[in-house]
Design a protein around this ligand. Structure first.
Ligand code: GLN
Length: 271
């Protein structure tokens, strides 16, 4: 509700969206579509779409100079453009994103964020725009050969994860809660990888694409062939802002259908 009060109401009639699109160099999104439901939604700041992220998650979000770039940054920019909003990116710990969105500090959270039933109780997720896989990073000479080694009877590894990510949630349930090892939680993926390099942890469980980027930067590490779990990424929107959720879903659907999302993903991830 605080979010709601603070918010400046941005009323954008669909007609206006269409006229904006028509003025631009791009073709109108769906010119034949009747402008029935007016696109009325709230943003924290008038005319601005604030995206909360954790910019140490390449290739989804990372710094190039002082600018946050990556798949999520570009998809968010394309969504903002369709909605006639200016995109502003706020970098924070992954752990703080849902709170920022619910507390009205950000309009959306985009951070390679996995859709989970627990998170769905706190926030709404948009349509999924990408898939991720939890993988295991180990030193090249590690005696951990597969995910099963982490789950085996009598296992007692120290596993590095990013705090409150699905890597943390799954390993806590499958390993720590069963007395099969200890979970060391870090604010950033890079910090977990540093702990692996210095021998503080035996492996790191993290999403596959950042894992590839971290291994490429750190000789002596490798990713196990076996996958831990597959998941869907989506953007998070506050529960009480269903109008914004609908508007983003509509924009996202168009960006998926016209191939924009795929070309953004392909640009960052070699097929
Ligand atoms: N996909 C994982 C999650 O949602 C990790 C995301 C991240 O670290 N940015 O928990």
């Amino acid at each position: 509700m605080k979010n709601f009060k603070k918010a400046i109401i941005a009323v954008l009639a669909l007609a206006m969206l269409f006229s904006l699109a028509a003025c631009g160099t791009k073709a109108p999104a769906e010119s034949g579509e009747p402008s029935t439901a007016a696109a009325t939604f709230t943003t924290v700041t008038d005319g601005v779409l604030i995206m909360a992220t954790n910019a140490s998650f390449p290739p989804y979000e990372y710094y190039e100079g002082d600018k946050v770039v990556g798949i999520d940054a570009e998809i968010a920019a394309a969504i903002a453009e369709k909605l006639g909003l200016e995109l502003k990116i706020e970098d924070m710990e992954f752990d703080s994103i849902i709170t920022a969105v619910n507390g009205g500090k950000a309009d959306i959270g985009m951070a390679g964020m996995t859709v989970t039933p627990e998170r769905q109780e706190e926030i709404n997720f948009t349509t999924s725009y990408a898939t991720g896989v939890q993988v295991v990073i180990v030193p090249e000479d590690s005696n951990i050969k597969s995910v099963d080694d982490l789950l085996a009877d009598g296992a007692s590894h120290i596993i590095g994860v990013q705090r409150n990510t699905t890597g943390d949630i799954y390993t806590t349930g499958d390993i720590e809660d069963k007395g099969l090892g200890t979970i060391d939680r870090y604010g950033k993926g890079t910090e977990a990888v540093m702990a692996l390099k210095t021998g503080k942890v035996d492996c790191v469980v993290i999403d596959n694409e950042p894992a590839k980027a971290f291994v490429a930067e750190n000789p002596g590490l490798k990713i196990l062939d076996t996958k831990y779990i597959e998941e869907q990424y989506a953007a998070a929107v506050a529960k009480d802002n269903t109008a914004l959720l609908d508007a983003i879903n509509k924009a996202l659907q168009e960006l998926i259908e016209d191939g924009t999302v795929k070309s953004i993903i392909d640009k960052y991830i070699a097929a």
